[in-house]
Design a protein around this ligand. Structure first.
Ligand SMILES: Nc1nc2c(c(=O)[nH]1)N(C=O)[C@@H](CNc1ccc(C(=O)N[C@@H](CCC(=O)O)C(=O)O)cc1)CN2
Ligand SMILES: Nc1ncnc2c1ncn2[C@@H]1O[C@H](COP(=O)(O)OP(=O)(O)OP(=O)(O)O)[C@@H](O)[C@H]1O
Length: 199
């Protein structure tokens, strides 16, 4: 299947439209999906078993994002180090700072919550990535900052990482409009199961 080649303006318009539609869709999913966070954690543990000491990044949920905290607690109990993203001042890649369940966070840009500057900077090899929409080819639509695209590209420059999108099953679409910068994910976990993206 080949996708139409969109010029940069059409691409950003297509992404903006999908962002609006999927924000509404996600709001409805968050209201209607019972016990999503625990079902999500069950499917993640069935699909990945990182060794003790693996640095795993999550996110602190905002708006109607599915809550990954039961996943993070389970990984932490299995001996993983947990990290959360921090938006840097220079708008480049995200950095990640170590976090343990129950540790206090500080307010970050765009309404995010992040570990404070005293928390150690770490480099995750397994990333749980928030999103608005995804497709079966591994594409993801975020809020439009391009942060995860730059971050995944930078991490992949020097190590093998596994990037797993985290979403409600109803956030899947036929095709996320994508350009050359868009980093592909290795899989998705939802409250309904794990989707492995194999090349
Ligand atoms: N929970 C969570 N934490 C996260 C992310 C995320 O997607 N979810 N991020 C993922 O990158 C980073 C924060 N990036 C963000 C980038 C933009 C917006 C945002 O609100 N964008 C506006 C438009 C902003 C503008 O142009 O001024 C919007 O969506 O309305 C939010 C977070 C790091 N932490
Ligand atoms: N690797 C990159 N290098 C330079 N610019 C990039 C890169 N990745 C993305 N961008 C730019 O960032 C902007 C936003 O990208 P995009 O719309 O794909 O964000 P997103 O994936 O929805 O958001 P996010 O990753 O923050 O959740 C675009 O203008 C894009 O050109």
């Amino acid at each position: 299947m080949t996708d139409p080649i969109l010029d940069p303006e059409e691409l950003s318009r297509a992404k903006a439209e999908l962002r609006q539609r999927m924000a509404r869709q996600r709001e409805a999913l968050a209201a209607d999906t019972a016990d999503a966070a625990n079902r999500l954690a069950m499917h993640l543990s069935g699909a990945v078993a990182p060794s003790s000491g693996t640095v795993v990044s999550g996110y602190w949920p905002m708006r109607d994002e599915i809550d990954p905290r039961p996943c993070l607690t389970a990984l932490w109990s299995a001996g993983c180090r947990i990290a959360l993203p921090v938006v840097p001042d220079d708008k480049q890649a995200l950095i990640f700072r170590a976090w343990e369940p129950d540790e206090e966070l500080v307010p970050g840009p765009y309404g995010t919550s992040e570990p404070g500057p005293e928390a150690e900077v770490v480099y995750p090899t397994l990333l749980l990535v928030p999103l608005l929409a995804f497709d079966r080819r591994g594409r993801r639509l975020g809020y439009g900052g391009g942060y995860y695209d730059r971050t995944l590209a930078a991490l992949r420059e020097w190590q093998t990482i596994q990037a797993i999108g985290v979403a409600f099953a109803g956030q899947e679409v036929d095709a996320v409009p994508a350009g050359a910068h868009d980093a592909l994910l290795n899989g998705f976990v939802t409250e309904a199961g794990f989707i492995d993206i194999s090349e």
